[in-house]
Design a protein around this ligand. Structure first.
Ligand code: CO
Length: 260
């Protein structure tokens, strides 16, 4: 899983500052879109809001055109786990939607996702999302020099396993990020601690756990993008981009200044 030859990009302090700008654009887009989520709105309308914010910031939406992807966000509803394509579908009270967004500033990328409830969620969906977000924060806290890559996935998995009987999706993983959205290394959301490359100051990673109310098995719909649970039970997905700094993890896609 951890290939030695693929080296991990190291950023300077100045380069991380630009990644923080990209991260702030993503954070602003996600906040605005999240606040627009309500019963009756379409996912295409949410995409337009995100696209506008990215454009107004003078940034570029990284998803649009990526391997032919047609939108600025991914909007994944209920049994959709990730990579849902925005369109005419209207949100309903009780839905959960993962909104995933990426932006580029001066060639540097930010990538983040939130799960948002439409109106009032069921108790079990609310708890699923709370646990999935908590697992992401546990992973982010491990993004420190001196740790090994797998310490992140180990921390994510521990939270998911300790807090319920959830499916932990293994087929999709987090990733290195910098001058491209997806760079080495892959960042699995599971594993033993102390494995893989040592984490170093200047690395940046996107940590993005996905958990489900049932089986961890997923499949891709015939649109070629939308990833759904095989049992069609609902999922939650959260993501932040984090930099490893001398002072510890710096969450580049948080709206506020978050250093763990
Ligand atoms: Co990502």
């Amino acid at each position: 899983m951890f290939r030695k030859k693929e080296s991990i990009q190291i950023k300077t302090v100045d380069q991380l500052a630009i990644m923080r700008q990209a991260g702030l654009v993503v954070a602003t887009a996600l906040k605005t879109v999240s606040e627009a989520v309500r019963p009756g709105i379409t996912t295409a309308e949410l995409d337009e809001i995100a696209h506008q914010i990215i454009r107004d910031a003078g940034a570029t939406p990284s998803f649009l055109g990526y391997h032919g992807y047609p939108a600025a966000i991914c909007a994944s509803i209920n049994e959709e786990v990730v990579h849902g394509i925005p369109g005419p579908r209207r949100l309903l009270d009780g839905d959960i939607i993962s909104i995933d967004c990426g932006a580029i500033v001066d060639g540097w990328h930010g990538d983040a996702a939130v799960s948002v409830f439409v109106g009032t969620p069921s108790a079990e969906v609310a708890e699923l999302s709370r646990v999935t977000e908590a697992s992401m924060w546990a992973g982010l806290a491990q993004a420190r020099a001196g740790n090994h890559l797998s310490d992140i996935g180990h921390a994510v998995e521990n939270v998911i396993r300790a807090q319920g009987d959830y499916g932990l999706v293994e087929e999709y993983v987090g990733h290195g990020i910098g001058t491209a959205m997806h760079m080495p290394p892959s960042v699995p959301n599971y594993g033993q601690p102390g494995q893989g490359p040592p984490l170093k100051v200047g690395m940046a990673l996107a940590i993005e756990p996905m958990a489900t109310l049932g089986s961890p098995e997923v499949e891709v719909l015939s649109d070629g993008w939308t990833v759904v649970t095989s049992d069609r039970l609902w999922a939650s997905h959260w993501e932040h981009t984090v930099a490893i700094t001398e002072e510890g993890p710096w969450v580049l896609t948080a709206l506020d200044e978050v250093r763990l």
